[in-house]
Design a binder for this molecule. Structure first.
Ligand SMILES: [Zn+2]
Length: 189
């Protein structure tokens, strides 16, 4: 399988929602939607926005609005928890006997941790080492453009040189392992 490798040239905060505690955290992987957005931006930078009904418009739609699947890119050594696994929705305590329950192994999993009572949820969690994350705290700027007194926020960024890997964007046909020439090709960067 061909691999797509991404290396950060600038510190990056990968879209996560602002939290109420004024920490802009970063995801620790690159979601497929971000990969798609990067390719689409590159395509637009090269070809411009095309008018409806043109072949360019058709190509754009084929590449970015369906047909091609853009998978996530992960840091080497990490993987998503399998879908059969439920894990603590809130931080597990040291007294918890089990942190995760794998329904593929145990059949049914409890709804809550028998030890701490935290709900158990199917969460999209990465397993593996945490990346080095830089935290920078600055003054929060209000809507009027003026610093809000006493309000700080913290932005987390992933460091330069961080590498992510994943499958190259591919069509459903390629995914199904069909032979023959791929109909859809992505533009080279
Ligand atoms: Zn627990």
């Amino acid at each position: 399988m061909n691999e797509l490798v991404l290396t950060l040239r600038q510190p990056a905060q990968i879209g996560d929602r602002a939290r109420e505690d004024f920490v802009l955290s970063t995801l620790e992987h690159v979601p497929g939607t971000v990969v798609r957005g990067a390719f689409a931006a590159s395509w637009l930078a090269r070809n411009g926005v095309s008018a409806a009904g043109t072949p360019e418009r058709a190509e754009f739609l084929r590449l970015f609005e369906g047909g091609v699947r853009f998978g996530p890119l992960l840091r080497p050594g990490t993987e998503f928890l399998p879908l059969s696994v439920v894990t603590h929705k809130y931080q597990a305590k040291e007294t918890c006997t089990e942190v995760e329950f794998d329904r593929a192994v145990t059949g049914e999993a409890p709804l809550r941790c028998p030890d701490c009572g935290s709900p158990l949820d199917q969460v999209k969690v990465l397993r593996g080492d945490r990346p080095p994350v830089r935290r920078r705290t600055s003054v929060s700027i209000g809507e009027s453009g003026v610093a809000r007194r006493g309000v700080l926020f913290t932005r987390e960024t992933l460091e330069v040189g961080q590498e992510f890997r994943g499958a190259q964007p591919r069509t459903g046909q390629q995914e199904a392992g069909q032979h023959g020439r791929a109909e859809q090709k992505l533009p080279h960067r």
